[in-house]
Structures are given as C-alpha cells and as structure tokens.
Design a protein around this ligand. Structure first.
Ligand code: 8X3
Length: 257
C-alpha cells in the first residue's frame, strides 16, 4: 500500500513568534513544513521539536530563495511571516539603513518568495499564500514611518497579486495583527529593553498562537473561500497606537514608538 505524500508548506520567519506558532499548527494539520529563518540554531531546534525541514537564509537573498524554490515541489501553502521593525524615530530623523533593512525584509522578501513559489502553485493548480502584514499596513503611526511604509507596500504587493491571480485557483490572504507578544519590540529597540517591555504595560496583547489560529482557519476553508484580509487585534487595542492600559503607566495613544 502506498501512502499519500503530505502536502507541502513553506513558512518564512518561522524561528519565533507568529511564524513558529503557525508552523506548529501546520504540522498538526499534517503538512510537511519547510521553515525559513536566519538563525540556524533556532531552525535546528524546530527540526528536532517538530520534524520540519529548516533552511537558514535571508529572505531578501534572491539567489537563495530561487535555489530553495527549485529544490522543492509546489507548496500547497506559503506563509510570508518574516519581517520586523527597526528603530522608532520621526521622519526627519529617520535612519536610512534601518529603512533599507525593513524594506528589504518586509517588502522584497515577500516579493521574492511570491515570485519564486506562486508560478509553481499555479502550475500545480492549487495553492494558498498567506502574508502577515500588520495594522501598520493601513494605519500609519508617528515615529514608525519606515515600518509603516514598508507594511503598506507589502500590503499593496499582496493586493496586487490577488488581482493578478483572479481566474486562477490561487488564494491570496493578508493577515494584519496588532500588538502581539513576540520578539518584535526587542528587535526593534535592541538598546532599550525597557522601552520594548513597556509596549505591553497594562494590556493583554495577542499571543502568537492567537494569530496562528486565524491563519490556520483561513487556510482550512474550502478552495472557493478566500479570507481576503484579516485584521486581528487585542481587545485592549482600538487602533494602531490606541490602547487601553490598566496600569499607572497608561498610554492613551500608545507609548512613544
Ligand atoms: C506591529 C503592530 O500595533 O504592535 O505590527 O505596532 S503594533
């Protein structure tokens, strides 16, 4: 008796946070998951714990992305989760190298993975692409211009791809999370762990698994159903930078970004 091969999934930014939680759920659902991240040690842990296959690379490395796509069959699911923010300065003090990193990782990284894998999905006659953007993809926030512009661009890329896929069975899903308890703020403010921790003061943020469940739900809909754009926030957040906090350290408009 021959066994049916498991459907393939590719997840970028899988070493922590939403990417990792999504990988866990995809494994539970029976996907053979290929995980992409920069940190090889984290990938090795994931391989041990979840039985996934790790690929240590930068998502903005076009040759590496193309080589990975050539080595794999068409995935049933691609999750673009790699990304992040660097710094929190006003526009007039913006650091171009931080902008470059954000645009490379958030925008170009998504483009390279879409460009490498979507044609294979089309050829296979099925596929779902999930791109994790942010509430910053449609709500700019002061002191967050590099992140917000890159997330707007990533969202525009995703919406454009959806239009271009019209008439094909490929589903394009955008997930826009608000505040999630991840390494996001610590990577954003590496020199100020206090500033990073303050982002969670007095509120109940989303946990990575909250977002992963939404992704899992979207993926598991019947093929004719596309959850086009999912906005998911903590109940304590009414807008990007607009939060309800229960401590004395209240930030009615959010702490300075
Ligand atoms: C980050 C969203 O609200 O934590 O993507 O700044 S927020």
């Amino acid at each position: 008796m021959t066994s049916t091969p498991r459907p393939l999934a590719v997840v970028t930014g899988a070493s922590s946070g939403i990417g990792r939680a999504t990988t866990e759920l995809l494994c539970k659902s029976g996907y053979a998951v290929h995980v992409v991240a920069r940190r090889a040690d984290r990938l090795a842990e994931l391989e041990d714990q979840l039985g996934v296959t790790g690929h240590a690379m930068d998502v903005a490395d076009s040759a590496a992305v193309d080589a990975l796509a050539s080595a794999l069959d068409a995935p049933a699911v691609l999750v673009n989760c790699a990304g992040g923010a660097r710094g929190g300065d006003p526009v007039v003090d913006a650091d171009p190298s931080a902008w470059e990193w954000m645009w490379q990782t958030n925008v170009l990284g998504t483009l390279l993975f879409d460009r490498a894998f979507v044609p294979k999905m089309k050829q296979a006659g099925r596929g779902t692409v999930v791109t994790v953007t942010s509430v910053a993809a449609f709500e700019p926030l002061p002191n967050s211009s590099g992140y917000s512009t890159s997330k707007h661009a990533q969202s525009a890329l995703t919406q454009t791809l959806r239009s271009e896929m019209l008439g094909s069975p490929i589903r394009i899903i955008e997930v826009c999370p608000g505040i999630v308890r991840t390494e996001f703020f610590h990577q954003r403010y590496p020199d100020s762990p206090e500033r990073a921790d303050a982002m969670y003061d007095g509120l109940a943020p989303l946990e990575p698994m909250d977002v992963a469940r939404a992704i899992d739900f979207a993926i598991s809909q019947p093929p004719h159903v596309t959850l086009d754009r999912i906005v998911i926030r903590p109940t304590d957040q009414a807008g990007h930078g607009r939060t309800h906090r229960r401590t004395g350290n209240a930030h009615p408009e959010g702490p300075p970004q």
